[in-house]
Write a protein that binds this ligand. Structure first.
Ligand SMILES: [Zn+2]
Length: 199
């Protein structure tokens, strides 16, 4: 329970639900918002509502989008034969920033984590299957994070996809083990993509 005026407490309790935000930080942010000019605070509140109202998951790649299909799925200049599988929308942004990849993506919206109750059914694997069965994909690049959950997910997908006759590759280990893809710098990420290996 956070002390202070009820409205400030409610804001702090809401902020506490965000990842990486502890009680102290939540209180500090709530007080910061209290001190913000009214216009900035309104912009922030509206931006949160807009995101919830306008965005959804692309019905093809499961990335976050306002249009369905998303601009990447809709881009005919991109190579349909290359499909890069990532965990989160942030990973697509990171890979796009490298400017090195002109294929398509599939966003799992997570990684396998049996201890947290995340199995294949909780990931966007069902949406992946028709894409793999379309006959258009030649190579699947597994670009899940280089940590325990990401490796387990890559292994699971490799076993699932290889019998379907496609080349399956894993991005190279330029990325520090245990880290997140969207924290890697562009050069490291571009090299990891370039140096991908068959699994
Ligand atoms: Zn899409």
């Amino acid at each position: 329970m956070i002390l202070g005026p009820p409205s400030l407490g409610r804001l702090a309790e809401s902020l506490l639900k965000l990842p990486g935000i502890g009680k102290k930080t939540a209180e500090r942010l709530a007080l910061y918002i209290f001190k913000m000019p009214e216009e900035d605070a309104s912009t922030l509140a509206e931006a949160i509502i807009e995101v919830k109202r306008r965005t959804r998951l692309c019905s093809v790649c499961c990335n976050v989008t306002e249009d369905d299909p998303c601009p990447i799925c809709d881009d005919e200049t991109r190579d349909e034969a290359l499909l890069c599988i990532v965990e989160q929308p942030g990973d697509v942004i990171a890979l796009e920033r490298t400017g090195q990849f002109r294929g398509h993506y599939h966003v799992l919206q997570g990684a396998l984590s049996p201890l947290d109750g995340v199995g294949p059914e909780q990931l966007r694997v069902a949406e992946l299957m028709p894409r793999l069965q379309s006959g258009k994909v030649r190579e699947v690049i597994l670009a899940t994070n280089p940590n325990v959950e990401g490796e387990a997910t890559a292994l699971y997908l490799a076993k699932l996809i290889k019998p379907m006759g496609m080349t399956v590759t894993r991005i190279a280990r330029g990325i520090p083990v245990g880290s997140d893809l969207d924290f890697a710098d562009e050069v490291t990420l571009a090299r990891a993509l370039d140096g991908r290996q068959s699994v």
